[in-house]
Design a protein. Structure first.
Length: 168
């Protein structure tokens, strides 16, 4: 089993931006912890009917979510996945079916680092166009906390079923 790593703990007080970043980084670190120390076979084990609800596929999805919200929406970069997602609405999960888990973790951690760099360039209230409306970094950070925490919970349950690892 994998020992609980030191994860960033969100401060009880501080600037809004720091607290949002701390909460998101805590969830990101939880995902990495729960995905570490298992084999590819364990990370792809199905406990529910969908082949796309495994530790590995959820990690692949979270990498894509980071890419989409920070690189595409906030930074205005092209969406590398647009064509694949048009052909297969679950395309962002599928790398988890074949890519080795250490590679998925490294890709996720690199994507999170890129997301942090993009967020650091923006003011919390800075708006960008999004689907005919405007959103800001604050909205994206809150959404990413929610999205990452939801899937961290899924991964936590799958990990406990895999090898009994528990912990917050």
């Amino acid at each position: 089993m994998t020992e609980a790593p030191e994860r960033p703990e969100p401060a009880f007080d501080g600037a809004e931006r720091d607290q949002l970043n701390d909460f998101l980084d805590h969830q990101r670190a939880t995902v990495v912890w729960k995905c570490s120390g298992i084999t590819d076979e364990q990370a792809r084990r199905q406990f529910v009917p969908s082949e796309l609800t495994t530790i590995a596929t959820l990690l692949a999805h979270l990498r894509w979510v980071e890419h989409y919200w920070f690189e595409v929406v906030l930074d205005g970069r092209p969406d590398d996945w647009e064509e694949a997602l048009r052909a297969d609405q679950d395309a962002e999960f599928r790398p988890g079916l074949t890519v080795p888990v250490p590679t998925l973790i490294a890709q996720y951690e690199q994507q999170c680092a890129t997301s942090r760099e993009i967020a650091a360039k923006l003011e919390v209230g800075q708006e960008v166009p999004f689907r005919g409306r405007r959103i800001n970094l604050r909205w994206v950070l809150i959404h990413m906390i929610e999205e990452t925490a939801r899937h961290a919970g899924h991964v936590d349950l799958l990990r406990e079923l895999t090898d009994g690892l528990t912990g917050q």
